[in-house]
Design a protein around this ligand. Structure first.
Ligand SMILES: [Ca+2]
Ligand SMILES: [Ca+2]
Ligand SMILES: [Ca+2]
Ligand SMILES: [Ca+2]
Length: 289
């Protein structure tokens, strides 16, 4: 009981009840597809669709068992490396609303990183990896990667901290959330160990797996280099996965490879956010036993 009391104290005032780390749902089932509710806020904009040039912030995730994860508990990509992209110039970029206050506003193309915009060099890929990292290090869903070409890319991502699964069977609290414009792009998620070797089970994400955000659809924008909105608003969709499907109980490093096919018609526009559904190990280190 002491541990539970300590966790409660640590999280008091930041987490809605029931607490993260409470008993796993009794109704865990291998056939159910988790569909947590994802709530966004658009400060300064009463109509969320008017916020596509600014901040579209993921505020909290509510699992089907009622457990709530606030944005302060999100785990972001801490490091991105081994970026592979051999597609055309003027197509692969990081992007944020020109009026955004969360994340750096504006558009940055991979080929421009080394100062020579004519081609994509090794230095471009390395510098763009750092750019991807800062793009993903916040809860602004408008601040994301955009690829506007029938091409592919891959990268390795190290999360800020290891995420653990609260239930080593399939459960209704997914740990990894991948956001994608329109949900029309496909990718593979491969868990890696610290040395970069494959572990667990690769999961292939098909377009049909990337679904509208509930309870309310979420809209984001696309921007030209001068900050102008391009071609209206886009629905941002989400794929979420329980670590059990990835064949691991905890993970920190993942390789993501985008593809063409399997219902995907254009390459992936991504934002990645993770959640540790079982915070007890971290909380234990903070107790005074
Ligand atoms: Ca270049
Ligand atoms: Ca699980
Ligand atoms: Ca889980
Ligand atoms: Ca897309």
């Amino acid at each position: 009981m002491h541990r539970r009391t300590t966790v409660t104290a640590l999280l008091a005032g930041t987490v809605a009840v029931p607490l993260l780390g409470a008993a796993p749902p009794s109704g865990s089932t291998s056939s159910a597809t988790p569909r947590p509710s994802l709530y966004t806020v658009t400060p300064g904009y009463g109509n969320p669709r008017d916020a596509v040039g600014a901040d579209v912030l993921l505020d909290r995730i509510v699992f089907e068992d009622g457990v709530t994860v606030q944005s302060t508990q999100f785990i972001y990509p801490g490091e991105v490396e081994s970026v592979v992209y051999n597609g055309p110039v003027d197509k692969f970029r990081t992007m944020n609303g020109p009026l955004a206050t969360v994340g750096s506003p504006g558009v940055r193309y991979i080929e421009d990183m080394d100062g020579n915009g004519a081609s994509v060099s090794t230095q471009d890929r390395e510098l763009f990896a750092a750019q991807m990292e800062s793009t993903w290090a916040n809860n602004n869903l408008n601040n994301r990667i955009h690829l506007h070409a029938q091409s592919v890319y891959s990268f390795i991502v190290d999360l800020e901290t290891t995420v653990w699964d609260s239930d080593f069977a399939l459960d209704l609290r997914p740990e990894i959330f991948i956001f994608e414009d329109q949900g029309n792009s496909v990718l593979t998620i491969q868990p890696l160990d610290e040395d970069g070797a494959n572990i667990g089970t690769a999961v292939e994400v098909r377009a049909v797996d990337i679904r509208s955000i509930t309870p309310n659809k979420v809209w984001v924008g696309r921007f030209a280099e001068n900050g102008a909105l391009q071609s209206g608003t886009y629905e941002l969709k989400v794929f979420s996965v329980d670590l059990t499907r990835l064949g691991v109980a905890h993970v920190r490093r993942l390789k993501i490879t985008t593809a063409i096919g399997n219902g995907g018609e254009a390459s992936a526009d991504l934002k990645i956010i993770a959640v540790d559904t079982s915070p007890a190990p971290a909380a234990q280190t903070m107790t005074f036993d």
